[in-house]
Design a binder for this molecule. Sequence first.
Ligand code: BTN
Length: 275
Amino acid sequence: MTEVTALFFEGELRALLQPGHFGIPLHFFRTIDSTNDFAKKIAGRGGPEGTLVVSEEQTAGRGRMGRSWISPPGTGIWMSLLLRPPFLPSQAPLITSLAAVAVAGSIRRVTGLPAGIKWPNDIIINDKKVGGILIELSAGERFVKYLIVGIGINVNTEDFPEEIREHATSLRISSGRKISRMEILISVLRELERLYSAALLSFDFKPILETYRSWSATIGRRITATRSGREFSALALDITPNGGLLIEKDTGGIEEIISGEVQLIRPAESVSELQ
Ligand code: BTN
């Protein structure tokens, strides 16, 4: 990654952003610890909705469940968007579904790849993770003060560290060709704005959840999940109106999981389990 390429990316990005829309103001970095951490500082200082933080590289990128997110320079999209939705904190998970639909939809449109959503918000292609979303929330007594939507997409990564190689992919690996980071980034930003404006206008998340369901890589699959330190297996049935996951446990009983994560049981594993 040369400096010229990094600067070119910034100039090109600035030229594509429009005042009054998501992406302005833009804070662009060649390197930063975490775009989510920087966006939180901006939010704390009263930064406006739509503020975007993008970095070519993150040295301490964060994933969900306290994991780190590998963010090498020049190969991916590492971005955070500041939102101030007029929501109750309990409604914030719907933004997770909205962001997942924006990312999966952009990948589908720009690359033609069959991007799916693994509940709650992993973006996967053929069961391998290509992108992730980390939503962080600051709430007052009743209402959300701000939400940071952190998005990481492996775009042109050619290889991954040993420990995640089996479970990770990039758009380049999946498609066999180089993909424009800019085209994906701009599409994600515009989709986020379009879906968010429409949802707030009517306060109706049903259309988003319908799309989420149709791209779900979890519904109909056997999964494992952990509750109170105990692992159990189940069949994933549906996405609930709150964006939760409805499951039927193997031991009986239908339940909604509202947070956390699940593991997909690969079909071959299911077969051997049944034998
Ligand atoms: C996950 O799947 O665990 C979520 C990954 C989120 C990574 C993005 S990259 C940009 C933003 N800044 C971070 O530190 N994390 C998010």
